[in-house]
Design a protein around this ligand. Structure first.
Ligand SMILES: Cc1ncc(COP(=O)(O)O)c(C=O)c1O
Length: 415
C-alpha cells in the first residue's frame, strides 16, 4: 500500500523512539530523569543574550518576519552577515552564495544524503560512507533509496583505566565509485570523539581522490557552538560541506540549520528548500542577526558555551567514576559534544533491556544499538553501550547514574 520509502518508516527508528520520549516529557506528567535526548543546557548567560537580542528586533519587523515568505536560500541579510563572520573571523573563504538556511541540520542531512546518494543517472546505487561507527542516530532512514548508508566499525583503543577511544579503521576505509559522499560528525554524537586533524586530512584526501564531497557535521563543533575540548581545526574549502546548527547554541526549538558548501551545491539545496518548505522559517536567522549586531557569536561559543560543557563533562566523568567505578565499565574519552558514551563489555543482557529497566524507573538513556547506521552486519559491541546526556543539571545526572548502578547490580554486572 505504501511505497518502499513509506514502508521504511513502518519500522520505528531510534530517532522516533527518542523524540517520542522527549515528547512525553514535554507533555508533562511523570517526572523523568532525561539523560536521553539531545536538548542542550539552559546556559543563563546565553538565554539572557537571546532574550535581549529578540527584544531588540523592532516591532515593525513583525511583518517582514511573519507575514511574507523569506528567500528559499534563507534570510539574505543573515547569509551576508554570517558569511562575513566566517570569512573575517574564521578564515573561511565563504560568500553569501556558499551558505543556506534549513529547518535544522536534521533536514540538511536528509537533503544532502539524497542529493548525492541513491540511484545515479546510470542506474547505479551510490552510497553515503560513514567512515567510523558509532555514528549519529539521525542519519539512519535518511536515505530515500534503501541501503544508501554504509559504515565501518571504529577501532577500539584503551587509553586509560575506565577510558577508551575509537579510531577510524583506515585499513578498511576505502572511498570507491560506489560512494557518493563521505560524512562524519565532529564532535561525534554519540561518543564525544573528535577525529583528529590528521584523521580528517586523511578522510579529505580519500574523498578528494574519489571526487566526492566530505560532509562534516559540526552540530556541536566549530566555528559554533564550539563544544570541542580536544585540539582540532577546520578549514573550509569547496570540496567540503559543513553543516552547522543553532540548536546546541541553545536554540533547538527554532529549527535552524546552516549549510556551507560550494555555490553549485547551495543552488541545488535552495531548490530542495523551495520544494519542501518554499522558504525556511526566518526566526532563527533573524534572531542571530540581532545577536550578531551586539555580540561576537564565535567568541560566545569559545568563551561561554564551550567552557560550560567542558566543565560539565569533567564533572560528569568524575561522577561516573565515583558511582560506576567499582564495576567493569568504560567511558569514551570526552572530547566534545554533550554526551557520555558508556561501554559495559560484560553486559549479560542486550542493552535494550537495560534501557527498558531504566525507563521503568524513570531514567531515559539511549541504547547503543541505534548508533550503527550503515553497518552491514550487527556489531555486538554496540549492544553493550549506551549514551547519556550530561547537558542536564548535575544532580539529575548523578541521580540517573545511581539508578544505573543499581540496575547493573540487579543484573549481576561484574565489579
Ligand atoms: C550530530 C548531530 N547532527 C545533527 C543533529 C540535528 O540537529 P538539528 O536538526 O537540531 O540542527 C543533531 C541533533 O542532535 C546531532 O546530534
Amino acid at each position: 500500500m505504501y511505497s518502499q520509502f513509506g514502508d521504511a518508516f513502518a519500522i520505528k527508528s531510534g530517532t522516533r523512539e527518542l523524540m517520542d520520549d522527549l515528547g512525553a516529557i514535554a507533555r508533562g506528567g511523570r517526572d523523568l530523569i532525561n539523560l536521553g535526548g539531545g536538548n542542550p543546557s539552559l546556559i543563563p548567560a546565553m538565554q539572557a543574550m537571546f532574550e535581549r537580542a529578540w527584544a531588540s528586533v523592532p516591532a515593525a519587523d513583525w511583518v517582514s518576519l511573519a507575514s511574507v515568505y523569506d528567500a528559499p536560500q534563507g534570510h539574505p541579510a543573515f547569509l551576508e552577515r554570517m558569511s562575513e563572520v566566517l570569512r573575517t573571523q574564521f578564515g573561511w573563504p565563504a560568500k553569501a552564495g556558499n551558505l543556506l538556511v534549513t529547518s535544522g541540520s536534521q533536514a540538511s542531512f536528509f537533503a544532502l544524503f539524497n542529493l548525492f546518494g541513491g540511484t545515479d543517472t546510470k542506474g547505479r546505487l551510490r552510497q553515503i560512507l560513514l567512515p567510523q561507527a558509532p555514528e549519529y542516530i539521525g542519519y539512519a532512514q535518511s536515505g530515500i533509496a534503501p541501503a544508501m548508508l554504509t559504515s565501518f566499525p571504529g577501532l577500539i583503543e584503551h587509553v586509560a583505566d575506565h577510558r577508551f577511544k575509537y579510531r577510524p579503521d583506515f585499513d578498511r576505509i576505502a572511498v570507491t565509485e560506489r560512494h557518493a559522499a563521505v560524512c562524519v560528525s565532529r564532535p561525534c554524537n554519540p561518543t564525544g570523539n573528535v577525529i583528529t586533524d590528521e584523521e580528517l586530512a586523511r578522510l579529505r584526501h580519500l574523498a578528494q581522490d574519489a571526487g566526492v564531497p566530505l560532509i562534516v557535521d559540526c552540530a556541536y563543533g566549530q566555528p559554533f557552538p564550539g563544544i570541542v575540548f580536544a585540539p582540532a581545526s577546520l578549514a573550509w574549502d569547496e570540496d567540503l560541506i559543513v553543516c552547522l546548527s543553532l540548536s546546541k547554541l541553545g536554540l533547538p526549538g527554532l529549527r535552524t540549520g546552516l549549510v556551507v558548501a560550494k555555490s553549485e551545491t547551495i543552488d541545488l539545496l535552495t531548490s530542495i528548500n523551495a520544494m519542501l518548505t518554499l522558504a525556511p522559517n526566518p526566526v532563527g536567522a533573524r534572531l542571530m542577526l540581532a545577536l550578531m549586531a551586539e555580540q561576537d557569536v564565535l567568541a560566545l561559543a569559545r568563551e561561554v558555551v564551550g567552557p560550560h560543557y567542558a566543565a560539565a563533562s569533567r564533572r560528569a566523568l568524575a561522577a561516573c567514576d565515583e558511582l560506576l567505578g567499582h564495576t567493569d565499565y568504560l567511558a569514551h574519552v570526552s572530547e566534545g559534544a554533550i554526551f557520555l558514551w558508556l561501554w559495559f563489555p560484560r553486559l549479560p543482557v542486550p542493552v535494550q533491556q537495560l534501557y527498558e529497566r531504566l525507563k521503568a524507573r524513570g531514567v531515559l538513556v539511549i541504547p547503543g544499538h541505534h548508533f550503527g547506521p550503515g553497518l552491514s552486519e550487527p556489531w555486538p559491541h554496540l549492544g553493550q553501550c549506551l549514551r547519556l546526556s550530561y547537558a542536564q543539571p548535575e544532580e539529575r545526572l548523578r541521580a540517573g547514574l545511581r539508578v544505573l548502578a543499581e540496575e547493573l547490580r540487579a543484573l549481576g554486572y561484574p565489579g
